[in-house]
Design a protein around this ligand. Structure first.
Ligand SMILES: [Zn+2]
Ligand SMILES: [Zn+2]
Length: 217
């Protein structure tokens, strides 16, 4: 748990946390363009896919300016190159993303929706997501035999997109004096709400300001 004595101390801290992210030039590029390509390899219904797209757009709306979210449905076999023993290997997908960005001269963030469990540092459970923040990439894993509630596509997806946008701390990780009582927050561990509380919102905004500032100076 990190404690901050005032709101301005918290904002300052967030403003200055971009160093590690800026090492990857795609990060600031995608944060600036706010273009997200979602690649769907699942059997999720149309309504669920629309909800996912809406959640991503909703999270991006926090930042001023335009954003563009595209949903593309693809053949699951296209991911076979990254599947070992039925597990999707995160770093293999990452390699492919790096290659295709170079080829397309694009720096959009990539979100993959898959019906397989995925592995990053460890093996993920179904329903969990694997996010590489500075690389602008997330893999969502869905159990094809489960009917996910609408809440899942709204709250859990948003939560992950805030991570992707650079909000790498959980709501519970920080205590900031000056906010008074905060609303239930999307960045709590189990994403109990679709609302981002004022503290987390200020943190994310300050982080973006810091990124913008670092790029322009
Ligand atoms: Zn999280
Ligand atoms: Zn919060």
């Amino acid at each position: 748990m990190m404690r901050f004595k005032s709101i301005s101390e918290w904002k300052n801290y967030c403003f200055n946390t971009h160093k590690a992210y800026l090492k990857n030039r795609y990060f600031s590029c995608w944060i600036k363009q706010k273009k997200v390509d979602i690649f769907n390899y699942t059997s999720l219904e149309k309504g669920a896919l629309q909800d996912i797209k809406k959640s991503v757009e909703g999270a991006l709306r926090l930042c001023k300016g335009s954003s563009k979210v595209t949903m593309l449905t693809r053949n699951p076999s296209e991911l076979n190159f990254a599947v070992k023993n039925s597990i999707l290997i995160g770093k293999d997908i990452m390699k492919m993303v790096k290659k295709s960005r170079k080829k397309d001269k694009s720096c959009s963030a990539r979100i993959f929706l898959a019906n397989k469990r995925a592995a990053g540092n460890g093996l993920l459970r179904f329903g969990d997501a694997l996010t590489y923040v500075s690389d602008g990439m997330t893999i969502f894993t869905f159990d094809p035999s489960v009917k996910y509630p609408k809440r899942f596509f709204r709250d859990e997806v948003k939560h992950e997109i805030y991570h992707l946008l650079g909000l790498n701390a959980y709501h519970e990780d920080t205590e900031v004096k000056g906010y008074g009582k905060l609303s239930k927050c999307n960045m709590e561990y189990n994403a109990p709400s679709e609302i981002l509380c004022q503290k987390c919102r200020d943190g994310l905004m300050s982080f973006w300001e810091g990124v913008k500032n670092a790029k322009s100076s």
